[in-house]
Design a protein around this ligand. Structure first.
Ligand code: COA
Length: 321
């Protein structure tokens, strides 16, 4: 039994923030941001708009695309590191709004790798025969916890949500998923405030993404190189067997390094970082949806999804579309 993607969707908040807008906030320039990251603009949630709101919209589009009724979903998993509330989980908050009935529903926090982790869990449930259809979402409002006076982080992130409906099928499908973590370098990329540590000790509850970007960059390039090797080896496949790379959208230079490692030309790589910025767990499913809807990815194509993020966490999925 395999898990097949039968529908995708994405939802972006309306407000566009350009690099020029950020020049008004911090000592930065459009040229620096484009050269170092590839980002031109990002979307930012409206006052009162939540991660769950974005997730719900992306999910509705994915369900319609799949031609699946909400009541036919057996499991809902939301990858997010910016939940609406501590609890109930964002999955529980949107379950009833989507009309899913009483299926299992939970969030996964693996930072930018959240969707890959959620996809991996969904795949195990389907392959075990426990459930038939899973709604998997990656949704984030990272801009809610940015320090808008810190130019080393505030230019990088954006908000959005992407969703996929997976269904049990005798044809592949997800060929394999691979997830990893290493908490040894938690200090390189974190929000240093949680419920049981540091809460309300500082203004805005102390929420602020802190990152030693340069060091994260090196680990990300190295780690993504290893995870693509691991994924190909597991499937007895060679680089040239891949049709598409759908990478986490943090930095165009990191994406190009992974593409080089795979000997893939950039026209086989899905890039959305220029328009979306780094949307954490939402980045891979939104890139998937963009690629599928553009008609570029055809049924039967092999695509490699990968992500790297806070934790550190990282993962990959090899999918025959
Ligand atoms: N505008 C202008 N200058 C900036 C800037 C900004 N927004 N942010 C940093 N700088 C400056 C730095 O202060 C530094 O100045 P100095 O040389 O005078 O000290 C210079 O630019 C270079 O900084 P550095 O951090 O070395 O740049 P970089 O080339 O590594 O790019 C990142 C920074 C954050 C874009 C990059 O390191 C990165 O993408 N890291 C990984 C992100 C990631 O993958 N995260 C994982 C998933 S969340």
């Amino acid at each position: 039994m395999y898990a097949r993607i039968i529908g995708t969707g994405r939802y972006l908040p309306e407000k566009v923030v350009t690099n020029a807008d950020l020049e008004q906030l911090v000592d930065t320039s459009d040229a620096w941001i484009r050269d170092r990251t590839g980002i031109r603009e990002r979307r930012v949630v409206a006052e009162g708009q939540t991660t769950g709101d974005l997730a719900e919209q992306a999910a509705r589009i994915a369900l319609e695309d799949a031609g699946v009724k909400p009541s036919e979903i057996d499991l809902l998993i939301v990858g997010t590191t910016t939940p609406d509330l501590v609890f109930p989980s964002t999955a529980c908050l949107i379950q009833q709004r989507l009309g899913l009935g009483e299926c299992g529903a939970f969030d996964v926090n693996a930072a930018c790798s959240g969707f890959i982790y959620a996809l991996s869990i969904a795949t195990q449930f389907i392959e075990a025969g426990t459930v038939k259809r899973v709604l998997v979402i990656g949704a984030e409002t990272l801009t809610r916890m940015l320090d808008w006076s810190d130019r080393s982080t505030c230019v990088l992130f954006g908000d959005g949500a992407g969703a996929a409906v997976l269904q049990a099928d005798s044809e592949p499908g997800v060929l394999s998923t691979h997830i990893h973590a290493n908490g040894a370098h938690a200090d390189l990329l974190s929000v240093e405030v949680g419920v049981s540590r540091g809460f309300l000790a500082e203004p805005r509850g102390g929420l602020a993404v802190k990152m030693k970007g340069n060091e994260v960059f090196k680990v990300a390039v190295n780690t993504l190189g290893r995870i693509v090797d691991e994924t190909l080896a597991f499937n007895n496949m060679e680089k040239h067997d891949l049709d598409w790379l759908i990478p986490h959208q943090a930095n165009l230079r990191i994406i190009k390094a992974t593409a080089r490692k795979l000997d893939m030309s950039m026209d086989r790589v899905v890039v959305t970082v220029d328009k979306h910025g780094n949307t954490s767990a939402a980045s891979v499913p939104m890139a998937l949806d963009v690629a599928v809807r553009s008609g570029r990815i055809q049924r039967g194509d092999h695509m490699l999804l990968e992500a790297f993020g806070g934790g550190f966490t990282w993962g990959a999925a090899l999918i025959r579309y």
